[in-house]
Structures are given as structure tokens and as C-alpha cells.
Design a binder for this molecule. Structure first.
Ligand SMILES: Cc1ncc(COP(=O)(O)O)c(C=O)c1O
Length: 431
């Protein structure tokens, strides 16, 4: 028998405690773009471009390591995080209820802020009821994972958010991904596969978080009816952004709210809190409240957060000029980017504005160069998007001014070719 000689890697593994060996193996297998971003940042003299610590509420500008940055990396679309009315209500609620719900609402009971918030969102979407979960991501994972099962089918947009995909996977249902924002492809997939399944759901976003474009919701509604499906619309980036008064994609198209079975949104974006909700029929909400694991087996949303989100919603409805300002500055971004020959892809000019760069490494270098110039915008690289479609993703808010947009895009245009040369040089030296 030939005895295998141990390699240096084997010898190292043998010296590692058991758990370190496992973790190192995970890391070695991982193709996370974040690892590469950190490495690139280091090469450009930055400690770590990720996990930057903001030293006050991040608005159009933010304070990081004592330096002021132009900020395009937060989802406070209406510029109301740290609004004095929100801070006041949070302080009052914390005095009476503390900061925790203490247990799952089902067993530990609720606080008035929970139902008040749910009623507000049911009313906003013109449906019977609403359930609020403690996390936006968990809302999608748990709702889809609980409602659907092996005999069912989930038809989702190819660029649907990770939480929707994870929920679909958890459910065990057959999963059909249709080409991004392509209703012809959706119809093809429905035609081919719908009849093989018991129940089916179509899943889309109100405003896509990667490309900043809007689905053809009226056509999706027609398809859902034609092929007898349910429909879930994730309003994470659409609530507070689309429609004259920020009521989302429903208001944008003027469609009847009952055409959609599940209106989902996170509360971490325009609502300045965290958590998520599903608004729909009373029967659906009751079913989720007694069964959905992310609700039943998870703590209730802290009452202070519920109160903060309710106040944020009140401010949004009272001051629609915030929504209109956001839409104006977003359209300006689109025009100005075009005037600088920057590629905004299929963005339609609503708060989420990508600048397509292409190469992941160039995008990483570019965002690091911008950070050094006092502009904070995060790169989105492979595997979050396909290689060749890496981008800088700008999130605008109603407190951004046209001057901020010009300053940032002038810098992007100036730094783009420098980043390309740096990457070429880096590749020559390392590959
Ligand atoms: C479309 C979409 N859905 C769900 C989520 C998850 O929400 P949260 O970050 O509030 O957990 C996000 C987060 O960015 C999102 O973009």
C-alpha cells in the first residue's frame, strides 16, 4: 500500500484546533466579493472600506473617523431619520415600555404600538390587515417558507432580493426565475410550468434595488389572473419613493390594491426603523400570525421601533413634498450622469441609481478612490450581480441637493479611467 505523504497544508491543519480548521475551510471555499474589496482597500492604503463607523445620523453627509463625507449609502429616502418628532415619540414610548417586547407577541402579548402600526399599513395599502415582523429579511424568508411547499411553484424576477430567494428555497416549492423585468419570459414560464403545480405565486419588487427600475405591474397582475397565481410585491425601495405621495408602485400605476395578494415592505428604508410587514387579506394575516415561524418564534418588534415607523409614515403622508424633492433630485442625477457619459443602465430616476462600471475590481478601486475624496458610495460587485455588470450604487434621499450630485458624478467621471489603469497595472503585476 502506498502511504500518502502529508502536505504542508495537512501539517497546518493538524496544528489547528478543530473549529479553526472548519472556519478556514469555509473561507477558502468562499468567493465572497467582500474579501476582495477589503484586499483592494488595503492596497490603496485604507484599513477596511467596509463596516465604516458613522459618528452621527447619516444624511446627505455623514461623519466617519471625524471626517465629513458626501453620503450615498443609506436608505433614508425621505431624510427623516433622527427627525425630532421621531426622537420625541421614541423617548416617550421608551419611558413607558422600555426598549424590548420581551417575547414573541403570540405568547408574551403585544404593546399598543404593534397593532397601531399594522392598522396604519393596512390602511395605507387599502387592504384588510397587516402583520409586522421584527426583520425585513425574515419577513420574506418566513412568509414564503411557511406559505408554500413542494407541490407549489414560485415564479420570481431574476434580480429578486436575496430574502425572497431564500424564502423560496426554504419552502421547497419549484422555483422558476424569469429574466429580469421581462414579462414575456414570465408568461413563457407560466405557460410551461404553472399547470404542474397546486398553488403558484409571482414575486416581484416595486422598485428594483439593483437597477432602480420598475416592473410592469399591470401586466404582471393580468398574468397572475390568467394563470391563477398569487402575487407578492416587495415594496422595500418603492414605499416612500414611488407615487405622488410615496404610497409606492400601486400609486405609481394607480392599480387597485386588492389586485396584489401580499404587499410586503421593509421598515428599514423610508420608514427609518427596522422590520418588515405583509399587508393583505384578514385570513392571510391571521394564518401568518399563528404559523409563520419568523413571527411565532421570534420576539415582537420593539415598541420604540414600531412607534418610530408609525411617526415616519405620518411625516411621509403629511409632507409629500419630500417625495417630490426626492423624485426631482433623482431625475437630475439621471440627466447629469448622461451628460457625463456615465452609464445608468435601466434606472428610471427614482432614488436607486447605479453607475455601471462593468469590471468588479475596477468598481472596488473606484469606490475606494471616491471614499478618499470624501464621497461614500458602495460598490456592488460579483457575486451580488453578474460579472461584467458591477456598479456603484447611489441611494439618493430628499435631502440631497443638485450640487451634491454634480460633485459626486464629476468625481466618478474623473476617477473612472484612473481606476481602470490601476487595475490593469495590478493585474499585470499579480496575474
Ligand atoms: C428588496 C428588499 N427586500 C427585503 C430586504 C430586507 O430588508 P431589511 O434590510 O430591512 O432586513 C431588502 C434589504 O435591503 C431589500 O432590498
Amino acid at each position: 500500500m502506498i502511504k500518502k505523504r502529508s502536505s504542508p497544508a495537512d501539517a497546518k491543519k493538524a496544528r489547528l484546533p478543530e473549529h479553526e480548521g472548519h472556519v478556514s475551510a469555509f473561507r477558502a471555499r468562499s468567493k465572497l466579493s467582500f474579501d476582495r474589496l477589503v484586499e483592494m482597500g488595503r492596497k490603496m492604503g485604507m484599513e477596511n472600506p467596509l463596516f465604516a463607523c458613522h459618528e452621527r445620523a447619516a444624511k446627505a453627509t455623514s461623519l466617519i473617523n471625524g471626517k465629513e463625507y458626501l453620503n450615498f449609502s443609506t436608505y433614508d429616502y425621505l431624510g427623516i431619520n433622527a427627525h425630532p418628532e421621531i426622537t420625541d415619540v421614541v423617548t416617550e414610548v421608551a419611558r413607558v415600555f422600555g426598549t424590548s417586547s420581551g417575547a414573541s407577541r403570540l405568547v408574551g402579548g403585544e404593546r399598543p404600538q404593534h397593532r397601531e402600526l399594522e392598522k396604519c399599513f393596512a390602511e395605507l395599502y387599502g387592504v384588510e390587515d397587516c402583520i409586522v415582523y421584527v426583520s425585513g429579511h425574515a419577513t420574506n424568508v418566513s412568509t414564503m417558507g411557511f406559505l408554500f411547499s413542494a407541490r407549489d411553484a414560485i415564479f420570481h424576477d431574476g434580480l429578486a432580493h436575496n430574502s425572497l430567494i431564500q424564502g423560496a428555497r426554504l419552502s421547497g416549492a419549484s422555483r422558476y426565475s424569469y429574466a429580469h423585468n421581462n414579462c414575456d419570459d414570465l408568461e413563457e414560464k407560466l405557460k410551461s410550468h404553472r399547470s404542474a403545480h397546486k398553488r403558484a405565486v409571482i414575486v416581484t419588487e416595486g422598485l428594483f434595488s439593483m437597477d432602480g427600475n420598475i416592473p410592469d405591474l399591470p401586466r404582471i397582475v393580468a398574468l397572475k389572473k390568467k394563470y391563477d397565481c398569487m402575487l407578492l410585491v416587495d415594496e422595500a425601495h418603492s414605499l416612500g419613493v414611488l407615487g405622488k405621495t410615496g404610497r409606492g408602485v400601486r400609486e405609481h400605476y394607480g392599480i387597485d390594491s386588492t389586485e396584489v395578494d401580499m404587499w410586503m415592505s421593509t421598515l428599514s428604508k423610508a420608514m427609518c426603523g427596522c422590520g418588515g410587514f405583509i399587508a393583505g387579506s384578514r385570513e392571510l394575516v391571521e394564518h401568518l400570525k399563528y404559523g409563520s415561524p419568523g413571527f411565532v418564534f421570534s420576539v415582537g418588534m420593539p415598541p420604540v421601533i414600531a412607534a418610530a415607523c408609525r411617526k415616519a409614515l405620518e411625516i411621509m403622508l403629511r409632507e409629500p413634498e419630500r417625495v417630490q424633492r426626492l423624485q426631482r433630485v433623482s431625475k437630475y442625477f439621471l440627466q447629469y450622469a448622461k451628460s457625463k457619459s456615465l452609464d445608468t443602465g435601466s434606472a428610471q430616476g427614482y432614488a436607486v441609481l447605479p453607475i455601471l462600471v462593468g469590471d468588479s475590481m475596477v468598481t472596488g478601486f473606484l469606490s475606494t478612490a471616491l471614499f478618499k475624496r470624501g464621497i461614500y458610495v458602495m460598490p456592488v460587485t460579483f457575486p451580488a450581480v453578474q460579472e461584467g455588470t458591477a456598479r456603484l450604487r447611489f441611494f439618493l434621499s430628499s435631502v440631497h441637493e443638485e450640487e451634491h450630485v454634480r460633485q459626486a458624478l464629476d468625481a466618478v467621471a474623473e476617477e473612472m479611467s484612473k481606476a481602470q489603469s490601476l487595475v490593469e497595472q495590478y493585474r499585470r503585476e499579480h496575474e
